[in-house]
Design a protein around this ligand. Structure first.
Ligand SMILES: NC(=O)c1ccc[n+]([C@@H]2O[C@H](COP(=O)([O-])OP(=O)(O)OC[C@H]3O[C@@H](n4cnc5c(N)ncnc54)[C@H](OP(=O)(O)O)[C@@H]3O)[C@@H](O)[C@H]2O)c1
Length: 272
């Protein structure tokens, strides 16, 4: 049994690969660029682009379970090639698919269901790894700058998402389930900055940006208008799922979800 992990060099996929390898599974890791990907040792590397699915047949050969991202890093939009990917997966003998959503269920989720493949939908809320966006301002000024400082978030450790993906790919009983995945607590922006500061052993200040400043910053970073509207809209008026804690991670993994304090300890070096 070979498990194909897409997005294997990314925040979640990397952890899914490591967890599956730890559990003794045979893992194939998909990347568009193996020279840059630095994939976990022990994984078989497959080269392919989900936006160009006809080239994916070799990566899917002999694969029985598939972890699927649903966005195209090329333009940041939802993958429009879901139907072809789902058909190739079904023809190749895939019997279980986990899908990592991009904030809302989209065309890939529909295509996988329409193909009749057994699926599990993973719906993590905010990733803790988004805090890496603060590296420069924390290093140089001891400051975290974001808009909507009072917005509460149940941010989740990306390793927990990867571990849930590994579990649902290799265990029965998860077909047709949509799992809303969260961390163990809700935090506002000043609390996140304070937790990071404690991990670094220095004061980290939170400075609130206006919505206009936040939009301008994203524009300068190259984000599309659609992406800017989605992200700003999410923080300005988050859905209930973004500030409600679920026990799904603990139920599925048999241990509590990791805290932001743990994440900050693990990633402290990046901020120094
Ligand atoms: N950040 C959050 O708070 C958050 C919350 C909920 C959901 N999400 C969703 O989680 C997903 C991952 O987001 P992220 O920002 O953390 O990204 P990431 O994991 O850093 O991202 C990119 C990964 O996807 C792969 N990839 C991208 N386009 C590809 C393509 N066309 N074909 C094959 N592989 C491709 C990349 O592979 P190579 O470059 O190696 O080819 C890389 O491994 C996104 O769908 C995002 O919307 C994020």
């Amino acid at each position: 049994m070979t498990i194909l992990v897409t997005g294997a060099a990314g925040n979640v996929g990397r952890h899914a690969v490591e967890e599956l390898l730890r559990e003794g599974h045979r893992v194939r890791a998909l990347t568009r660029d193996p020279a840059r990907a630095r994939l976990p040792r022990g994984a078989e590397v497959a080269v392919g682009d989900l936006a160009v699915p006809d080239g994916l047949a070799p990566a899917l050969e002999g694969v029985t379970a598939l972890h699927l991202i649903t966005f195209d890093g090329g333009d940041g939009a939802a993958l429009r090639t879901g139907p072809r990917i789902a058909r190739l997966a079904a023809e190749g003998g895939v019997r279980q698919v986990t899908m990592l959503w991009s904030g809302e269920p989209g065309p890939v989720e529909k295509a996988v269901a329409a193909e009749g493949l057994p699926w599990t939908a993973l719906q993590p809320q905010e990733f803790m790894s988004n805090a890496l966006n603060w590296v420069d301002s924390v290093r140089t000024e001891g400051v975290v700058r974001e808009p909507f400082g009072g917005t509460l978030s149940n941010m989740i450790h990306e390793a927990d998402i990867g571990a849930v993906a590994a579990r649902t790919l290799t265990e029965d009983g998860h077909t047709g389930r949509e799992y809303v995945l969260t961390g163990p607590e809700v935090l506002d922006m000043p609390q996140k900055a304070a937790i990071l500061g404690r991990a670094l052993g220095r004061d980290i200040r939170f400075v609130e940006l206006t919505e206009q400043q936040a939009r301008e910053r994203m524009r300068q970073a190259g984000a599309s208008q659609e992406a800017i509207d989605h992200v700003v809209g999410w923080y300005a008026d988050p859905p209930k799922e973004a500030y409600t804690v679920t026990d799904t991670v603990e139920r599925l993994l048999g241990r509590p979800a990791r805290t932001f304090a743990q994440w900050a300890q693990e990633n402290a070096e990046a901020f120094r």
